[in-house]
Structures are given as structure tokens and as C-alpha cells.
Design a protein around this ligand. Structure first.
Ligand SMILES: C[S@@+](CC[C@H](N)C(=O)[O-])C[C@H]1O[C@@H](n2cnc3c(N)ncnc32)[C@H](O)[C@@H]1O
Ligand code: SF4
Length: 463
């Protein structure tokens, strides 16, 4: 049986011993390395190279507005009831997209498109049409049935009519934040969605022929216990989403102000959190979900599982992805693009983002150009985090590097993990064992050249 379909081996003592703060590796190098010195010339050159390589495209739109505040939220969002803020923002995203449309080869096909947030359904149905029609005019969206066009929704704040509108606009995937069904937990975090509401929504989405439905849950929220988690998971399993994410609640009120509305005394302890996670993984595996890795689960027939079996899984800013073959162009405040060998991040503050566009500038604020060593390490981290293995032969074929010599320091650092039977290192490569899966971030960190003690403070606990 493949490693990913085996029941997870849970070794609490080792998990605690190796538990350190660390990045989630949705990019390598990670965002703290992005620099304001990054130039427009570097970006334009990357786009030219990407046009030559002529990979398909993935488009991301960041819509930051929310009309309610979920206290736990660590996303880049603006909480407001003022709906008139939406149109000028949508117009700026279209302006940004038009600037890029002049630079990207128009024959490149957009295979993947995602609206994230915030709450993308904050904008009106008309504004959605405006944005999608402009996107279709400026870029060539795939329409052969293989396209993946997805939207994030807050199930308590969206109507069935709006979902039909999104479906008509071409969206065929939905990602919804459920977080937790328990009433006391919902009240403590000010995030409400009832089982009845979501059940109704799910049957409507299926009738509307959305092809894939994904749900987000969070563990480590106030008042969560094994009992409440069990009840939430029973309901979720009954609803039967195609994919599931279970995020670790990162309580960092010094960074995310609204989290100070959550009282420390109501939070589960570190031990209780581990028990919640262990319980959730066992339960979902027992219910037939495949544990892809990190926070992600999917049904055995899902494309993510198939990509993992075929060794084609990738990690990007949205987590695990089947579209590693695409360049990612992201528009909207704070969004991050990945084009050829550069990452580029837009201004996070709305005013700054809008001001740049108003004078005709690309609204980026930071970026990073990967050198060959960075690309090599990105490959290593991607292989480990997606497939739990690294083949030295493959490193040699792709980068001309003899891995056991090039990474001799890293392989030495990994020896304690070999001794703890978390991984094995052979002349052929590195294999992460079942018991090492929970510590994959810790294993990847060994290959991260940019980590230092200062940065580690910025990351949430690994588990
Ligand atoms: C980018 S957010 C936006 C999704 C959408 N606005 C919603 O609330 O449904 C995606 C997911 O991140 C998770 N999330 C947000 N803040 C978090 C935090 N502080 N710790 C862990 N997960 C968090 C939630 O599960 C949320 O659904
Ligand atoms: S969790 Fe989603 S809906 Fe809630 S504040 Fe954050 S981005 Fe907005």
C-alpha cells in the first residue's frame, strides 16, 4: 500500500521533541526573503522568459473585503460593511490585469483560476460579471472541460443564486470555510454557519454541477474538545467534500489584533491540540480520505491524490496543487505571483496598491529572483513535502548536482532523524517514513538556506 494510504503512525514523544516553529513552504524561499529592492526590469525579464517557455497560466485574484470579522483570522483582509468599496477595487484589478495582458503572450492558456480572500462574494453579482468578462477578454481561458476555476466562499454569507451566477461565469470548484460546527466554538470566534445552511448549500452546489468542493476546518480553537471535534467531523464526513483542509489555529495576537478577542484561557493546551490533530487524522483516514500531507486530505479519486501517485504534485500559495506546470499570475492587494524564476508580491495596503495603479505602475512592492541554488533547494523541498521522498538521480538529471556531496552538511544534520527512524538515507535518496510524515516541515527546514533564529519567531508552531 502506498505510504499516503497507510494509517498514519503517530509517535507523540518524537512529535513533541521535533516540534519547532517553521515555515509552511508554500514558496521557497519563503515570503520574509522577498525584497523591496526587486526591480521592474527583473519582473519584465521573467515574463519574457516565461513567454519563451510558453507554459500555461494560473490566475489568482485577491479580494480582501469581509463583512464580518472572524476573531481567529490570520488572512489579509479588510472588514467593512461599505459595499461601495468593491467596485473601485475590482476596476483596479482589471487595470492591473490589462497591464499584464500587454506583457504576456496572448496565446498562453489559463488552465487554473482562483478568487481568494477575504470573502470574494463580498462583491456584487454584477461586479463578478465585470471582473470575469474582463478576464476572458484579456486572457485566453481554457474551456475544454479540464479548466479548474475556483472560488473561496463563507457558507454563512452566500446565496444559492450567487453560486449559480458564479457557475454561469465558469467557476466549477468551491472552497468553503466551515471551521467548526460547535455553537460554543462558533460564538467564541464570531464565525457562524449552521449544518442546515451548509447542507442546503452543498446540495445546491451539486445540483449546479460544481465538480469539486473543498472544506476548511481549524483545530486549536477555543472550547474545542475531542467530543466537539468528533461531532464536527461526523457532520463534515456526512457532507462528503472532495477535499478537506484542517488548519492549525495560529494564535499570534501580537500580529493579528482581532485574535486578542480570543482568551488564552479558553484555548486547548498544546497537548490537547496534538490530541485533536491525531484524532482528526485517524478519523478522516478511517472514513476513506487520503492524508496528502501537512493540513490536506482528499478522496482517493481526487486529482490531488492521483497527482501525488504520479509524482506530479506541487506546492504553491494555495497549498497542494496539481498545476505545477503553470506560471502563476496573481492580481490584487498582497497577492504573490510566481513567474519563471521570480516571486513578486503586490503592495499589501489597499491605498498603496490603488495609488500605484492610478499612475499606471505595476503595483508590486517586493520580489525575489531565485538563483540556481534556490531552484535546486525549492525542488528538494517540493519533492519532500509533496512526495515524502527525494531521488538523488533526479537531482542530478535536473540540476547536474551530485546530491550526497552537495548536501553532505544537510545529510549529516538529518542523522538524528535517521536514528529515530523518521527517515532513511540511502545512496539512491531520502525516504520519509510513515512516522516522519508529521515532521515534514522540520525535515524541509534542513534544506532552507535562509532560516535563522530571528525569522523563526515569525512562524507559527509546526504542529
Ligand atoms: C484565506 S482564508 C479565507 C477563506 C474565506 N474568507 C473564509 O473565511 O471562508 C482560508 C482559510 O484559512 C484558515 N485560517 C484563517 N485564519 C487562520 C488562522 N489564524 N489559523 C489557522 N487557519 C486560519 C481558515 O480555515 C480559512 O477558511
Ligand atoms: S476567515 Fe475569511 S471571512 Fe473570516 S475574517 Fe478571515 S478572510 Fe474574512
Amino acid at each position: 500500500m502506498s505510504l499516503f494510504k497507510q494509517p498514519l503512525v503517530w509517535n507523540q514523544e518524537l512529535i513533541k521533541r521535533y516540534d519547532l516553529a517553521g515555515p509552511r513552504y508554500t514558496s521557497y524561499p519563503t515570503a520574509p526573503q522577498f525584497s523591496e529592492q526587486f526591480t521592474e526590469t527583473a519582473l519584465l525579464n521573467a515574463i519574457t522568459r516565461s513567454n519563451t517557455a510558453h507554459k500555461p497560466l494560473s490566475l489568482y485574484f485577491h479580494i480582501p473585503f469581509c463583512d464580518t470579522l472572524c476573531y481567529y483570522c490570520g488572512c489579509n483582509k479588510i472588514v467593512t460593511n461599505n459595499k461601495s468599496r468593491a467596485l473601485p477595487y475590482v476596476q483596479r484589478m482589471i487595470q492591473e490585469l490589462a497591464l499584464y495582458a500587454d506583457l504576456f503572450d496572448h496565446s498562453r492558456i489559463v488552465k487554473q483560476l482562483h478568487w481568494g480572500g477575504g470573502t470574494p462574494t463580498f462583491i456584487s453579482d454584477d461586479e463578478m460579471s465585470l471582473l470575469m468578462h474582463a478576464t476572458r477578454k484579456l486572457f485566453q481561458l481554457s474551456d475544454d472541460g479540464s479548466e479548474e476555476f475556483s472560488v473561496e466562499i463563507h457558507p454563512g454569507r452566500v446565496s444559492i443564486e450567487t453560486m449559480q451566477h458564479l457557475r454561469n461565469l465558469g467557476f466549477n470548484r468551491v472552497s468553503m470555510g466551515v471551521q467548526d460546527f460547535d455553537e460554543q466554538v462558533q460564538k467564541a470566534v464570531n464565525r457562524f454557519n449552521s449544518l442546515e445552511e451548509i447542507t442546503r448549500l452543498m446540495s445546491a452546489l451539486r445540483a449546479q454541477e460544481f465538480q469539486s468542493i473543498s472544506m476548511d476546518l481549524i483545530y486549536g480553537l477555543p472550547f474545542q474538545t475531542l467530543k466537539t471535534m468528533g461531532d464536527t467531523l461526523n457532520k463534515v464526513v456526512e457532507l462528503s467534500p472532495d477535499r478537506l483542509s484542517i488548519f492549525n489555529y495560529a494564535h499570534m495576537p501580537h500580529i493579528f489584533k482581532s485574535q486578542s478577542l480570543i482568551h488564552d484561557r479558553d484555548l486547548p493546551s498544546a497537548n490537547e491540540k496534538l490530541d485533536l490533530l491525531h484524532f482528526a487524522i485517524e478519523k478522516l483516514q478511517a472514513e476513506g480520505y487520503v492524508y496528502i500531507g501537512m493540513d490536506h486530505f482528499a478522496k482517493p479519486t481526487d486529482e490531488l491524490v492521483i497527482a501525488q501517485q504520479q509524482g506530479k504534485l506541487q506546492r504553491n500559495f494555495q497549498g497542494y496543487s496539481t498545476h505545477g506546470d503553470c506560471d502563476l499570475l496573481a492580481v490584487g492587494a498582497s497577492s504573490i505571483s510566481m513567474i519563471d524564476n521570480v516571486y513578486v508580491q503586490n503592495a499589501k495596503e489597499l491605498n498603496l496598491y490603488q495609488q500605484k495603479l492610478d499612475v499606471g505602475l505595476l503595483p508590486f512592492a517586493k520580489g525575489f529572483t531565485l538563483n540556481v541554488e534556490d531552484e535546486l533547494r525549492r525542488h528538494v523541498i517540493n519533492q519532500l513535502i509533496c512526495h515524502c521522498r527525494l531521488e538523488f538521480n533526479d537531482v542530478f538529471t535536473q540540476f547536474g548536482v551530485v546530491a550526497h556531496r552537495h548536501f553532505s552538511r544537510e545529510l549529516d544534520t538529518l542523522i538524528p532523524m535517521v536514528e529515530d527512524s523518521l527517515i532513511s538515507i540511502t545512496p539512491l535518496g531520502i525516504e520519509v517514513h510513515n512516522a516522519g510524515r508529521m515532521l515534514i516541515r522540520r525535515i524541509c527546514m534542513v534544506f532552507d538556506e535562509y532560516l535563522n533564529n530571528n525569522q523563526q519567531i515569525r512562524y507559527s508552531k509546526i504542529i
